[in-house]
Design a protein around this ligand. Structure first.
Ligand code: ZN
Ligand code: ZN
Length: 101
């Protein structure tokens, strides 16, 4: 599949890893109240927003930094699921109808 944010193309898992590493800033995270965090990811194709709450298991700032990476992994997983379900499905069937070989 294609990276939704650039020209990168690889398997779904590789694109997921690439998103976490290269496009981490696409995931918006912020803290609500006492250590609760929320994240938001916006689909670059249709602008649909996915927002959810995450609960860190600790208040340690170092831990929270590691945790924000986990949040990105979860958020991009949601984005990929959304893109595969909402956008890639149509693209794939169009390509199959065309001349791939
Ligand atoms: Zn990319
Ligand atoms: Zn979308």
């Amino acid at each position: 599949m294609h990276c939704p944010l650039c020209e990168f193309e690889d398997t779904r898992d590789s694109v997921h890893g690439h998103l976490v590493q290269a496009h981490g800033e696409a995931v918006e995270t912020w803290t609500v109240g006492s250590g609760r965090m929320r994240y938001r990811i916006v689909c670059p194709r249709c602008g649909a927003e996915h927002e959810a709450r995450v609960k860190p298991r600790g208040q340690d700032p170092v831990f929270l930094e590691t945790f924000s990476r986990e949040i990105r992994m979860v958020a991009f997983d949601m984005l990929i699921n959304h893109i595969v379900a909402e956008h890639e499905a149509t693209v794939t069937s169009e390509q199959e109808a065309g001349s791939e070989r």
